[in-house]
Design a protein around this ligand. Structure first.
Ligand code: ADP
Ligand code: MG
Length: 241
């Protein structure tokens, strides 16, 4: 997969395969292309060449059709760093919206499903609140419930806890862990190294638009033979004091 912005190539040839149900974490310095990679997977960014296979859907980015893009998006859900929650809608409306607009579910069906998802993330008492009355951790859990409500085959988390106050990180990580353990195929960009180490089947270290190393967490975090991976982790752990 290749992608450039104004001739500046951001992803310089990414080749990765993920099994159904696998949990894969992406780590690496900022500006490396991690967000861009996740966005390419549901075509929020447009790679100029490359292919993607998601379940039975196989697409070539060079001649992708509108319908293919919709199919791709129906199979994926993305949870963003900054939540992207609509302020003038209640919690449950935020979760229901896409199900009605995109998936053409009935209001009743969308409500029922949204309630179930909000219950899962521990927010059933908050369904009729407006976002301004929620903490960042709660907002991010709404974001996750909204993603899950779309019943994706693949969920993409882009630094879901990095905009949160430290004391709110844990409640969100707990919900992500539940999702990951539920058998949902999960891709996670994160700076939470201990969390990545604990929940991932595979860890991908990216730098400069390349995948430098892929391996099980023990390899990446404890036994990497790659000098760049080791340097990166050393810096991260030094900064954490
Ligand atoms: N929409 C865009 N237009 C132009 N440049 C972009 C855009 N999105 C990202 N970039 C650039 O692409 C590079 C990778 O960005 P990003 O994928 O956000 O990295 P990461 O998530 O690893 O921090 C950066 O140099 C960034 O400035
Ligand atoms: Mg990013």
């Amino acid at each position: 997969m290749h992608i450039s912005f104004n001739k500046n190539e951001v992803l310089k040839g990414i080749d990765l395969s993920v099994e159904k149900g696998e949990v894969v974490s992406f780590i690496g310095p900022s500006g490396t292309g991690k967000t861009t990679l996740l966005k390419c997977i549901n075509y929020l960014e447009k790679p100029h060449e490359g292919e993607i296979q998601l379940g039975d859907l196989h697409l070539n980015y060079e001649n992708i059709k509108k319908q293919d893009i919709l199919k791709l998006r129906r199979k994926t859900a993305m949870v963003f760093q900054m939540f992207n929650i609509f302020k003038h809608k209640t919690v449950i409306q935020n979760v229901m919206d896409a199900q009605i607009a995109v998936q053409k579910k009935s209001k009743e069906e969308a409500y029922e499903n949204s309630y179930k998802q909000l219950e899962k993330v521990g927010l059933k008492e908050k369904i009729n609140e407006y976002p301004s009355r929620l903490s960042g951790g709660q907002l991010q859990r709404v974001g996750i419930a909204r993603g899950l409500a779309l019943e994706p085959e693949l969920i993409l988390f882009d630094e879901p806890t990095s905009a949160l106050d430290p004391e709110l990180v844990e409640e969100v990580l707990r919900v992500i862990e539940d999702v990951a353990k539920s058998g949902m195929t999960t891709l996670l960009v994160t700076h939470e190294m201990d969390f990545a180490k604990r929940i991932s089947d595979k860890v991908v270290f990216m730098e400069n638009g390349y995948i430098v190393e892929v391996g099980p967490p023990e390899q990446i975090f404890e036994n990497s033979e790659n000098e760049r991976t080791r340097q990166f982790l050393k810096k991260i752990y030094a900064n954490q004091g």
